[in-house]
Design a protein around this ligand. Structure first.
Ligand code: G3H
Ligand code: 13P
Ligand code: ZN
Length: 317
């Protein structure tokens, strides 16, 4: 059942985080819905612009509808990930999305406010929630001077002003993470001091953490042992840190890269061990099961496991 992202945030806030997973194809969708079904976890399905052009909008949206039909007990939101203004409007008008993300974080503050405000107006007229972004993710590297490094993180005062100026429903904040497999090169991690400072100014407000894949070493090793060539130093967010982030208002945690690593590991190992193989359904089936296991494990770390029954009661009130 698709519900509004607002309802999901109201239920999750400071109790657990909603895993927000990017979907590109059928195997990922089945694994995602199966994993959350087994975990009894609410979640968010994310569709990026890249995914929309890869599978085609109709195909992708119908894959999600079909997965929902296969697992009718699941409760989830459908979200546009990293949208521009035009794609936000398309998604709002389609009636299929619970929320859209307008990502104008690369624009100067005033321009980001202007664009986000326009999207919020249109979205709210149509019952859709809006995630916006402030601060710059990515490129937070050890060799960058401390001042520069902090300059990329979201400024708490600006965050609070941005939310009241735009009326956006959730805010993606730059708190030390970045997209992809190479987030941290050394001893960095989440900037809890910064999350805390933002949360103090926006106490009841859902914060969103992008770039939250964990990039497990075991996964990188397995990929490399099966012919891959990922940088051994690849490192992501320590998923033991999710619970602290949740207590500071992080209510949505975006994960894409870890799913790509599961795909890569399954396929590399399968074809290494079956060089004679060519039936893609064999690794495809393994992928569905491995991805479902991965989702169950993430739901435990995000503390969203076994929340479905309570969420149902909450929605019925
Ligand atoms: O943050 C971006 C997501 O990982 C989606 O990636 O645009 O390549 O589909 P994508
Ligand atoms: P990862 O690259 O860490 O999976 O982040 C995904 C993301 O933020 C999608 O918006
Ligand atoms: Zn992102």
């Amino acid at each position: 059942m698709i519900v509004t992202t607002k309802q999901l945030f109201m239920h999750a806030h400071r109790k657990y985080a909603l895993g927000a997973y990017n979907v590109n194809n059928m195997e990922q969708a089945i694994g995602l819905f199966l994993g959350n079904n087994l975990a009894k976890a609410p979640f968010i399905v994310q569709i990026s612009r890249g995914a929309r052009s890869y599978a085609g909008v109709k195909m992708l949206e119908n894959i999600i509808r079909a997965a929902s039909d296969m697992f009718p007990e699941n409760i989830f939101g459908v979200h546009l990930d990293h949208g521009d203004e035009e794609t936000c409007y398309e998604c709002i008008e389609s009636g299929f999305y619970s929320s859209v993300m307008i990502d104008a974080s690369h624009e100067p503050f005033e321009e980001n406010v202007k664009i986000t405000k326009r999207v919020v107006k249109k979205a709210h007229e149509n019952g859709v929630s809006v995630e916006a972004e402030l601060g710059l993710l990515g490129g937070v590297e050890e060799h960058i001077e401390i001042d520069e490094k902090h300059a990329m993180l979201t400024d708490p005062k600006e965050a609070s002003e941005f939310v009241s100026m735009t009326g956006c429903d959730s805010l993606a904040v730059a708190i030390g993470t970045s997209h992809g497999a190479y987030k941290f090169t050394g001893g960095q991690g989440l900037h809890f001091d910064r999350i805390k400072a933002i949360q103090e100014l926006l106490p009841e407000y859902p914060l969103v953490m992008h770039g939250s894949s964990s990039v497990p070493k075991s996964e990188v090793d397995r990929i490399n042992n099966a012919g891959g060539n990922l940088d051994e130093s690849a490192r992501g967010v320590d998923d033991k840190e999710f619970s602290r982030a949740v207590s500071l208002g992080v209510s949505k945690v975006n994960i894409d890269t870890d799913g790509r690593l599961v795909w890569t590991r399954v396929h590399r190992e399968y074809f290494r061990d079956h060089p004679e193989g060519y039936d893609f359904r064999k690794p495809g089936k393994i992928l569905i099961d491995e991805y479902a296991k991965f989702i169950q494990d993430k739901s435990n770390k995000l503390m969203s496991s076994n929340m479905i029954d309570n969420l149902k009661e909450f929605l019925e009130k």
